[in-house]
Design a binder for this molecule. Structure first.
Ligand code: 4AD
Ligand code: MG
Length: 481
Protein backbone atom coordinates (compact mmCIF):
# COMPACT_ATOMS: atom_id res chain seq x y z
CA UNK A 1 0.00 0.00 0.00
CA UNK A 2 1.27 3.50 -0.78
CA UNK A 3 2.13 5.48 2.31
CA UNK A 4 3.17 9.02 3.06
CA UNK A 5 6.28 9.93 5.00
CA UNK A 6 5.69 11.29 8.49
CA UNK A 7 7.73 14.36 7.57
CA UNK A 8 5.39 15.15 4.67
CA UNK A 9 2.30 14.57 6.78
CA UNK A 10 3.55 16.94 9.47
CA UNK A 11 4.45 19.54 6.86
CA UNK A 12 1.07 19.29 5.16
CA UNK A 13 -0.63 22.62 4.56
CA UNK A 14 -4.10 21.19 5.00
CA UNK A 15 -6.02 18.38 6.60
CA UNK A 16 -6.17 15.25 4.46
CA UNK A 17 -8.49 12.32 4.15
CA UNK A 18 -7.40 8.69 4.01
CA UNK A 19 -3.66 8.87 4.57
CA UNK A 20 -1.45 5.90 5.33
CA UNK A 21 1.69 5.97 7.42
CA UNK A 22 4.18 3.23 8.22
CA UNK A 23 6.80 3.30 10.90
CA UNK A 24 7.88 2.12 14.34
CA UNK A 25 6.05 2.75 17.56
CA UNK A 26 8.01 4.94 19.94
CA UNK A 27 5.40 4.99 22.71
CA UNK A 28 1.78 4.03 23.24
CA UNK A 29 -0.11 5.97 25.93
CA UNK A 30 -3.51 5.40 27.53
CA UNK A 31 -4.34 2.64 25.07
CA UNK A 32 -5.01 5.48 22.66
CA UNK A 33 -2.05 7.62 21.57
CA UNK A 34 0.70 6.14 19.43
CA UNK A 35 3.84 8.17 18.80
CA UNK A 36 4.93 6.89 15.40
CA UNK A 37 8.34 7.54 13.87
CA UNK A 38 9.51 6.51 10.41
CA UNK A 39 12.98 8.08 10.39
CA UNK A 40 12.06 10.80 7.90
CA UNK A 41 12.15 13.41 10.67
CA UNK A 42 12.97 13.71 14.34
CA UNK A 43 9.27 14.33 15.01
CA UNK A 44 6.76 11.59 15.65
CA UNK A 45 3.24 11.70 14.35
CA UNK A 46 0.53 11.10 16.90
CA UNK A 47 -1.89 8.38 15.83
CA UNK A 48 -5.12 8.27 17.81
CA UNK A 49 -6.57 4.80 18.11
CA UNK A 50 -10.28 4.22 18.60
CA UNK A 51 -9.60 1.75 21.40
CA UNK A 52 -13.22 0.91 22.03
CA UNK A 53 -13.53 -0.49 18.53
CA UNK A 54 -10.08 -2.08 18.33
CA UNK A 55 -9.69 -5.67 19.47
CA UNK A 56 -7.76 -6.06 22.72
CA UNK A 57 -5.43 -8.53 21.00
CA UNK A 58 -4.30 -5.81 18.56
CA UNK A 59 -3.98 -3.11 21.24
CA UNK A 60 -1.63 -5.41 23.16
CA UNK A 61 0.65 -5.67 20.17
CA UNK A 62 1.14 -1.89 19.84
CA UNK A 63 4.41 -1.91 21.75
CA UNK A 64 7.57 0.20 21.60
CA UNK A 65 9.59 -0.92 18.59
CA UNK A 66 6.77 -2.62 16.70
CA UNK A 67 6.40 -1.83 13.00
CA UNK A 68 2.87 -0.77 12.13
CA UNK A 69 0.79 0.59 9.29
CA UNK A 70 -2.01 3.04 10.10
CA UNK A 71 -4.62 4.56 7.83
CA UNK A 72 -7.08 7.30 8.62
CA UNK A 73 -7.62 11.01 8.35
CA UNK A 74 -5.01 13.66 9.01
CA UNK A 75 -6.81 16.09 11.30
CA UNK A 76 -5.87 19.09 13.40
CA UNK A 77 -4.70 17.85 16.77
CA UNK A 78 -6.61 18.72 19.92
CA UNK A 79 -3.61 18.06 22.12
CA UNK A 80 -0.63 20.31 22.63
CA UNK A 81 2.68 19.65 20.94
CA UNK A 82 1.59 18.82 17.40
CA UNK A 83 -0.35 20.50 14.64
CA UNK A 84 -1.74 17.34 13.07
CA UNK A 85 -2.52 13.81 14.12
CA UNK A 86 -3.90 10.74 12.41
CA UNK A 87 -7.38 9.63 13.45
CA UNK A 88 -6.80 5.93 12.94
CA UNK A 89 -9.41 3.95 11.04
CA UNK A 90 -7.31 0.94 10.19
CA UNK A 91 -4.28 -0.40 11.98
CA UNK A 92 -2.08 -3.30 10.98
CA UNK A 93 0.81 -4.74 12.97
CA UNK A 94 3.59 -5.36 10.46
CA UNK A 95 6.18 -6.65 12.90
CA UNK A 96 5.83 -7.29 16.62
CA UNK A 97 8.39 -6.15 19.16
CA UNK A 98 8.46 -7.94 22.50
CA UNK A 99 8.42 -5.12 25.08
CA UNK A 100 10.24 -7.34 27.59
CA UNK A 101 13.11 -7.84 25.19
CA UNK A 102 13.36 -4.73 22.97
CA UNK A 103 16.50 -2.92 24.18
CA UNK A 104 15.46 0.61 23.12
CA UNK A 105 13.00 1.37 25.88
CA UNK A 106 11.48 4.87 25.92
CA UNK A 107 13.89 6.19 28.53
CA UNK A 108 17.37 7.69 28.62
CA UNK A 109 20.08 5.18 27.69
CA UNK A 110 23.80 5.72 28.13
CA UNK A 111 25.83 6.27 24.97
CA UNK A 112 27.91 3.21 25.92
CA UNK A 113 24.81 1.04 26.02
CA UNK A 114 23.66 2.44 22.70
CA UNK A 115 27.08 1.69 21.14
CA UNK A 116 26.65 -1.95 22.10
CA UNK A 117 23.33 -1.81 20.26
CA UNK A 118 24.53 0.12 17.22
CA UNK A 119 22.04 -1.79 15.05
CA UNK A 120 19.11 -0.45 17.09
CA UNK A 121 20.39 2.90 18.36
CA UNK A 122 19.20 4.61 15.16
CA UNK A 123 15.71 4.07 16.57
CA UNK A 124 16.45 6.80 19.13
CA UNK A 125 15.96 10.51 18.54
CA UNK A 126 19.63 11.35 18.99
CA UNK A 127 20.99 8.77 16.55
CA UNK A 128 18.28 9.41 13.98
CA UNK A 129 19.25 13.08 14.10
CA UNK A 130 23.01 12.40 13.94
CA UNK A 131 22.72 10.09 10.95
CA UNK A 132 20.42 12.45 9.05
CA UNK A 133 22.89 15.29 9.66
CA UNK A 134 25.76 13.01 8.55
CA UNK A 135 23.89 12.24 5.34
CA UNK A 136 23.13 15.91 4.67
CA UNK A 137 26.79 16.80 5.25
CA UNK A 138 27.99 14.20 2.75
CA UNK A 139 25.56 15.54 0.19
CA UNK A 140 26.87 19.06 0.85
CA UNK A 141 30.46 17.84 0.34
CA UNK A 142 29.64 16.61 -3.15
CA UNK A 143 27.51 19.66 -3.90
CA UNK A 144 30.31 22.03 -2.94
CA UNK A 145 32.94 20.40 -5.13
CA UNK A 146 30.64 19.61 -8.02
CA UNK A 147 29.43 23.21 -8.17
CA UNK A 148 33.05 24.31 -8.35
CA UNK A 149 33.80 21.91 -11.19
CA UNK A 150 35.93 19.44 -9.23
CA UNK A 151 36.06 15.89 -10.56
CA UNK A 152 35.19 13.15 -8.06
CA UNK A 153 37.89 10.46 -8.10
CA UNK A 154 37.58 6.99 -6.58
CA UNK A 155 41.06 6.14 -5.41
CA UNK A 156 41.86 2.49 -4.62
CA UNK A 157 41.13 0.98 -1.25
CA UNK A 158 43.72 -1.74 -1.65
CA UNK A 159 47.12 -0.25 -2.37
CA UNK A 160 50.81 -1.02 -2.19
CA UNK A 161 51.85 2.40 -0.92
CA UNK A 162 51.94 3.99 2.51
CA UNK A 163 50.84 7.51 1.62
CA UNK A 164 51.57 8.97 5.03
CA UNK A 165 54.77 6.99 5.62
CA UNK A 166 53.59 6.36 9.15
CA UNK A 167 53.36 2.59 8.79
CA UNK A 168 49.97 2.35 10.46
CA UNK A 169 48.46 0.01 7.93
CA UNK A 170 46.20 -3.01 7.83
CA UNK A 171 47.72 -5.64 5.59
CA UNK A 172 45.63 -7.22 2.87
CA UNK A 173 46.66 -10.77 2.08
CA UNK A 174 45.23 -14.01 0.83
CA UNK A 175 48.16 -16.03 2.16
CA UNK A 176 47.44 -18.67 4.79
CA UNK A 177 48.47 -17.69 8.33
CA UNK A 178 49.80 -21.14 9.01
CA UNK A 179 52.20 -22.55 6.49
CA UNK A 180 52.92 -19.10 5.02
CA UNK A 181 55.17 -19.29 1.94
CA UNK A 182 58.68 -18.07 2.80
CA UNK A 183 61.65 -16.83 0.83
CA UNK A 184 65.06 -18.42 1.25
CA UNK A 185 65.85 -15.82 3.90
CA UNK A 186 62.77 -16.89 5.82
CA UNK A 187 60.71 -13.77 5.07
CA UNK A 188 57.08 -13.95 3.97
CA UNK A 189 57.08 -14.49 0.21
CA UNK A 190 54.58 -11.94 -1.03
CA UNK A 191 55.30 -12.96 -4.62
CA UNK A 192 52.98 -15.86 -3.91
CA UNK A 193 50.29 -13.59 -2.48
CA UNK A 194 47.16 -12.54 -4.39
CA UNK A 195 48.69 -9.38 -5.86
CA UNK A 196 52.23 -10.72 -6.06
CA UNK A 197 53.35 -8.00 -3.66
CA UNK A 198 52.68 -6.69 -0.18
CA UNK A 199 49.45 -4.68 -0.03
CA UNK A 200 47.42 -2.83 2.58
CA UNK A 201 44.19 -0.90 3.06
CA UNK A 202 44.71 2.71 2.08
CA UNK A 203 45.52 5.29 4.76
CA UNK A 204 44.84 8.13 2.29
CA UNK A 205 44.00 8.53 -1.39
CA UNK A 206 46.24 11.55 -1.72
CA UNK A 207 49.06 10.18 -3.83
CA UNK A 208 46.69 8.77 -6.43
CA UNK A 209 44.56 11.94 -6.28
CA UNK A 210 47.69 14.00 -7.03
CA UNK A 211 48.14 12.15 -10.33
CA UNK A 212 44.54 13.01 -11.22
CA UNK A 213 44.91 16.67 -10.24
CA UNK A 214 47.89 16.82 -12.61
CA UNK A 215 45.53 15.99 -15.47
CA UNK A 216 42.05 17.12 -14.46
CA UNK A 217 43.05 20.22 -12.51
CA UNK A 218 40.69 20.06 -9.55
CA UNK A 219 39.72 16.73 -8.03
CA UNK A 220 38.43 15.33 -4.77
CA UNK A 221 38.04 11.96 -3.15
CA UNK A 222 35.48 10.96 -0.55
CA UNK A 223 35.95 7.47 0.68
CA UNK A 224 36.89 5.17 3.52
CA UNK A 225 40.44 5.15 4.85
CA UNK A 226 42.01 2.83 7.39
CA UNK A 227 44.56 3.27 10.13
CA UNK A 228 45.92 0.58 12.38
CA UNK A 229 47.02 3.11 15.01
CA UNK A 230 46.34 1.75 18.43
CA UNK A 231 44.91 4.99 19.76
CA UNK A 232 41.82 4.35 21.78
CA UNK A 233 40.63 7.96 21.92
CA UNK A 234 37.34 9.71 21.33
CA UNK A 235 38.80 11.22 18.10
CA UNK A 236 40.27 8.15 16.36
CA UNK A 237 38.70 5.39 14.32
CA UNK A 238 40.44 2.50 12.57
CA UNK A 239 38.04 3.02 9.63
CA UNK A 240 37.01 6.56 8.84
CA UNK A 241 35.87 8.57 5.85
CA UNK A 242 38.12 11.22 4.40
CA UNK A 243 37.55 13.97 1.86
CA UNK A 244 40.70 14.85 -0.05
CA UNK A 245 40.63 17.68 -2.58
CA UNK A 246 43.75 18.18 -4.69
CA UNK A 247 44.24 21.19 -6.95
CA UNK A 248 46.83 21.89 -9.62
CA UNK A 249 48.42 25.36 -9.48
CA UNK A 250 47.16 26.07 -5.93
CA UNK A 251 49.75 27.18 -3.40
CA UNK A 252 49.42 26.93 0.36
CA UNK A 253 47.44 30.17 0.72
CA UNK A 254 44.97 28.98 -1.94
CA UNK A 255 44.75 25.67 -0.11
CA UNK A 256 43.84 27.43 3.15
CA UNK A 257 41.23 29.53 1.38
CA UNK A 258 39.69 26.44 -0.18
CA UNK A 259 39.59 24.53 3.11
CA UNK A 260 38.02 27.40 5.01
CA UNK A 261 35.44 28.10 2.32
CA UNK A 262 34.60 24.39 2.03
CA UNK A 263 34.12 23.89 5.77
CA UNK A 264 31.94 26.97 6.02
CA UNK A 265 29.83 25.83 3.09
CA UNK A 266 29.06 22.40 4.54
CA UNK A 267 28.40 23.74 8.04
CA UNK A 268 26.09 26.37 6.53
CA UNK A 269 24.32 23.61 4.58
CA UNK A 270 23.63 21.69 7.79
CA UNK A 271 22.43 24.81 9.62
CA UNK A 272 20.07 25.61 6.74
CA UNK A 273 18.81 22.11 6.05
CA UNK A 274 18.88 20.22 9.35
CA UNK A 275 17.24 22.77 11.66
CA UNK A 276 14.99 20.31 13.53
CA UNK A 277 17.74 17.76 14.07
CA UNK A 278 20.24 20.40 15.17
CA UNK A 279 17.73 21.89 17.56
CA UNK A 280 17.30 18.49 19.15
CA UNK A 281 21.07 17.90 19.28
CA UNK A 282 21.53 21.34 20.80
CA UNK A 283 19.23 20.48 23.70
CA UNK A 284 20.90 17.08 24.05
CA UNK A 285 24.25 18.83 24.36
CA UNK A 286 22.87 21.35 26.83
CA UNK A 287 21.69 18.46 29.05
CA UNK A 288 25.11 16.84 28.81
CA UNK A 289 26.81 20.11 29.69
CA UNK A 290 24.68 20.41 32.82
CA UNK A 291 26.35 17.26 34.16
CA UNK A 292 29.73 18.98 34.04
CA UNK A 293 31.19 21.29 36.67
CA UNK A 294 30.45 24.96 35.90
CA UNK A 295 34.03 25.77 34.93
CA UNK A 296 34.12 23.10 32.22
CA UNK A 297 30.85 24.01 30.59
CA UNK A 298 30.85 25.48 27.14
CA UNK A 299 29.94 29.15 26.92
CA UNK A 300 28.11 28.60 23.65
CA UNK A 301 25.18 26.49 22.58
CA UNK A 302 25.59 24.17 19.59
CA UNK A 303 24.09 26.61 17.11
CA UNK A 304 26.12 29.47 18.53
CA UNK A 305 29.26 27.39 17.96
CA UNK A 306 28.26 26.64 14.38
CA UNK A 307 27.42 30.25 13.69
CA UNK A 308 30.66 31.36 15.27
CA UNK A 309 32.58 29.28 12.72
CA UNK A 310 30.48 30.72 9.90
CA UNK A 311 30.89 34.33 10.98
CA UNK A 312 34.59 34.45 11.79
CA UNK A 313 37.79 34.09 9.83
CA UNK A 314 39.93 31.18 10.88
CA UNK A 315 43.11 32.48 12.56
CA UNK A 316 46.18 31.73 10.47
CA UNK A 317 49.21 31.18 12.66
CA UNK A 318 52.64 29.79 11.80
CA UNK A 319 54.01 26.84 13.74
CA UNK A 320 56.82 29.07 15.01
CA UNK A 321 54.37 31.64 16.41
CA UNK A 322 52.35 28.82 17.97
CA UNK A 323 55.43 27.41 19.71
CA UNK A 324 56.20 30.83 21.19
CA UNK A 325 52.65 31.12 22.49
CA UNK A 326 52.76 27.62 23.95
CA UNK A 327 56.19 28.08 25.55
CA UNK A 328 54.90 31.13 27.39
CA UNK A 329 51.53 29.64 28.26
CA UNK A 330 50.42 29.10 31.85
CA UNK A 331 49.92 25.32 31.54
CA UNK A 332 53.44 25.01 30.13
CA UNK A 333 55.00 27.14 32.85
CA UNK A 334 53.03 25.40 35.57
CA UNK A 335 53.91 22.03 34.03
CA UNK A 336 50.26 21.21 33.49
CA UNK A 337 50.85 19.87 29.96
CA UNK A 338 51.66 16.20 29.83
CA UNK A 339 54.21 17.01 27.12
CA UNK A 340 56.00 20.26 27.95
CA UNK A 341 56.97 22.50 25.05
CA UNK A 342 60.65 23.14 25.47
CA UNK A 343 61.94 23.93 22.03
CA UNK A 344 61.15 24.64 18.41
CA UNK A 345 60.65 21.36 16.55
CA UNK A 346 58.43 19.70 19.12
CA UNK A 347 55.43 17.86 17.71
CA UNK A 348 52.15 19.32 18.89
CA UNK A 349 49.97 17.03 20.97
CA UNK A 350 46.21 17.39 21.14
CA UNK A 351 46.53 19.15 24.53
CA UNK A 352 48.57 21.89 22.82
CA UNK A 353 46.20 22.16 19.87
CA UNK A 354 43.25 22.44 22.19
CA UNK A 355 44.96 25.08 24.27
CA UNK A 356 45.59 27.21 21.18
CA UNK A 357 42.06 26.87 19.87
CA UNK A 358 39.97 26.78 23.02
CA UNK A 359 41.93 28.97 25.43
CA UNK A 360 44.22 31.23 23.46
CA UNK A 361 42.56 32.09 20.15
CA UNK A 362 39.04 30.91 21.02
CA UNK A 363 38.51 30.33 17.31
CA UNK A 364 39.32 27.81 14.60
CA UNK A 365 43.02 28.05 13.82
CA UNK A 366 45.04 27.18 10.72
CA UNK A 367 48.59 26.32 11.73
CA UNK A 368 51.09 26.35 8.88
CA UNK A 369 54.80 26.02 8.04
CA UNK A 370 55.64 23.11 10.30
CA UNK A 371 59.12 21.69 10.88
CA UNK A 372 59.95 19.33 8.03
CA UNK A 373 61.03 16.66 10.52
CA UNK A 374 57.54 16.09 11.92
CA UNK A 375 55.63 16.02 8.64
CA UNK A 376 55.20 13.63 5.70
CA UNK A 377 57.70 13.28 2.84
CA UNK A 378 55.57 14.87 0.11
CA UNK A 379 55.28 18.36 1.61
CA UNK A 380 56.86 21.36 -0.15
CA UNK A 381 60.10 22.43 1.52
CA UNK A 382 60.06 26.15 2.20
CA UNK A 383 62.70 28.21 0.46
CA UNK A 384 65.17 30.13 2.62
CA UNK A 385 64.87 28.16 5.81
CA UNK A 386 67.82 27.82 8.18
CA UNK A 387 69.63 24.49 8.08
CA UNK A 388 68.32 22.40 10.96
CA UNK A 389 65.20 24.54 11.06
CA UNK A 390 63.71 23.54 7.73
CA UNK A 391 59.99 24.00 7.45
CA UNK A 392 57.44 22.63 5.01
CA UNK A 393 54.32 24.20 3.53
CA UNK A 394 52.01 22.18 5.74
CA UNK A 395 48.73 23.28 7.26
CA UNK A 396 46.54 21.77 9.94
CA UNK A 397 43.13 23.17 10.81
CA UNK A 398 42.27 22.93 14.48
CA UNK A 399 38.71 23.15 15.77
CA UNK A 400 37.32 23.82 19.22
CA UNK A 401 36.39 20.60 20.99
CA UNK A 402 37.82 18.53 18.15
CA UNK A 403 41.48 19.40 17.66
CA UNK A 404 42.79 18.59 14.19
CA UNK A 405 40.01 18.43 11.62
CA UNK A 406 42.10 18.99 8.48
CA UNK A 407 45.66 18.12 7.52
CA UNK A 408 47.12 19.25 4.23
CA UNK A 409 49.95 20.92 2.39
CA UNK A 410 51.41 22.34 -0.75
CA UNK A 411 53.17 19.39 -2.40
CA UNK A 412 56.87 19.15 -3.27
CA UNK A 413 56.79 19.61 -7.03
CA UNK A 414 60.59 19.50 -7.58
CA UNK A 415 61.72 16.00 -8.55
CA UNK A 416 65.25 16.30 -7.18
CA UNK A 417 64.15 17.69 -3.82
CA UNK A 418 61.45 15.02 -3.50
CA UNK A 419 63.84 12.17 -4.31
CA UNK A 420 66.38 13.55 -1.86
CA UNK A 421 63.71 13.63 0.85
CA UNK A 422 62.57 10.09 0.11
CA UNK A 423 66.16 8.88 0.33
CA UNK A 424 66.61 10.44 3.77
CA UNK A 425 63.42 8.80 4.99
CA UNK A 426 64.17 5.44 3.39
CA UNK A 427 61.11 5.54 1.14
CA UNK A 428 61.47 3.23 -1.85
CA UNK A 429 61.72 5.19 -5.12
CA UNK A 430 60.91 2.10 -7.17
CA UNK A 431 57.67 1.58 -5.28
CA UNK A 432 56.51 5.16 -6.00
CA UNK A 433 57.77 5.38 -9.60
CA UNK A 434 54.33 6.42 -10.80
CA UNK A 435 54.10 9.20 -8.20
CA UNK A 436 57.49 10.53 -9.22
CA UNK A 437 56.36 10.55 -12.87
CA UNK A 438 54.01 13.45 -12.03
CA UNK A 439 57.19 15.41 -11.20
CA UNK A 440 58.94 14.15 -14.31
CA UNK A 441 56.27 15.10 -16.81
CA UNK A 442 54.70 18.53 -16.52
CA UNK A 443 55.21 19.07 -12.81
CA UNK A 444 53.61 22.16 -11.28
CA UNK A 445 52.77 23.69 -7.95
CA UNK A 446 49.79 21.90 -6.43
CA UNK A 447 48.13 21.51 -3.05
CA UNK A 448 45.50 19.58 -1.23
CA UNK A 449 44.20 18.52 2.13
CA UNK A 450 42.29 15.80 3.94
CA UNK A 451 39.27 16.43 6.11
CA UNK A 452 38.27 13.68 8.51
CA UNK A 453 34.56 13.39 7.84
CA UNK A 454 33.66 12.00 11.27
CA UNK A 455 35.47 14.88 12.97
CA UNK A 456 33.33 17.26 10.96
CA UNK A 457 30.18 15.34 11.94
CA UNK A 458 31.33 15.46 15.58
CA UNK A 459 31.65 19.20 15.40
CA UNK A 460 28.31 19.81 13.70
CA UNK A 461 26.31 17.44 15.90
CA UNK A 462 27.99 18.47 19.17
CA UNK A 463 28.72 14.85 20.01
CA UNK A 464 31.89 14.14 21.94
CA UNK A 465 32.83 10.60 20.94
CA UNK A 466 33.69 9.75 17.34
CA UNK A 467 32.11 6.30 17.83
CA UNK A 468 28.74 8.03 17.96
CA UNK A 469 28.86 9.70 14.55
CA UNK A 470 29.63 6.70 12.31
CA UNK A 471 27.08 3.90 11.94
CA UNK A 472 29.28 0.97 12.94
CA UNK A 473 32.56 2.17 14.47
CA UNK A 474 35.77 0.19 14.08
CA UNK A 475 38.19 0.72 16.93
CA UNK A 476 40.87 -1.42 18.63
CA UNK A 477 39.27 -4.64 19.89
CA UNK A 478 35.94 -3.80 18.31
CA UNK A 479 34.53 -4.80 14.93
CA UNK A 480 31.03 -5.90 15.93
CA UNK A 481 28.26 -5.73 13.33
O1 4AD B 1 46.45 14.52 8.76
P1 4AD B 1 46.17 13.27 7.97
O2 4AD B 1 46.89 12.04 8.35
O3 4AD B 1 46.50 13.68 6.46
C1 4AD B 1 46.47 12.87 5.38
O4 4AD B 1 46.12 11.71 5.36
C2 4AD B 1 46.82 13.58 4.10
N1 4AD B 1 47.18 12.58 3.11
C3 4AD B 1 45.63 14.41 3.66
C4 4AD B 1 45.89 15.18 2.39
O5 4AD B 1 46.68 16.10 2.40
N2 4AD B 1 45.24 14.82 1.32
O6 4AD B 1 44.61 12.97 7.97
C5 4AD B 1 43.70 13.95 7.51
C6 4AD B 1 42.54 14.09 8.46
C7 4AD B 1 42.94 14.53 9.85
O7 4AD B 1 43.09 15.92 9.92
C8 4AD B 1 41.75 14.05 10.68
O8 4AD B 1 40.66 14.93 10.55
C9 4AD B 1 41.39 12.76 9.97
O9 4AD B 1 41.92 12.83 8.66
N3 4AD B 1 41.94 11.58 10.65
C10 4AD B 1 41.20 10.72 11.39
N4 4AD B 1 39.88 10.70 11.68
C11 4AD B 1 39.43 9.69 12.44
N5 4AD B 1 40.21 8.69 12.91
C12 4AD B 1 41.53 8.66 12.63
N6 4AD B 1 42.29 7.65 13.08
C13 4AD B 1 42.09 9.72 11.84
N7 4AD B 1 43.33 10.00 11.38
C14 4AD B 1 43.21 11.13 10.66
MG1 MG C 1 47.46 15.13 10.39
Amino acid sequence: MKHTKVKDLLNSTKILQEVTAKGWVRTFRNNQFIALNDGSTIHNIQCVVDFENTPEAILKRITTGAAICVSGDLVESQGAGQKYEIQVKKLEILGDSDPEKFPMQPKKHSLEFLRENAHLRIRTNAFGAIMRVRSALSFAVHQYFQQKGFVYVNTPIITGSDAEGAGEMFQVSALPFDNTPRTEEGKVNYKEDFFGKQTNLTVSGQLEAETYAMALGQVYTFGPTFRAENSNTSRHLAEFWMIEPEVAFNDLADNMDLAEDFIKYVVRYAVDNCADDLKFLESRLADEEKQKPQAERSEMTLLEKLNFVLDNNFKRVSYTEAIDILKDSTPNKKKKFQYLIEEWGADLQSEHERFLVEKHFKSPVILFDYPAKIKAFYMRLNDNTEPGKETVRAMDILFPGIGEIVGGSQREERLDVLIEKMKTLGIDEEELWWYLDTRRFGSAVHSGFGLGFERLVLFVTGMTNIRDVIPFPRTPQNAEF
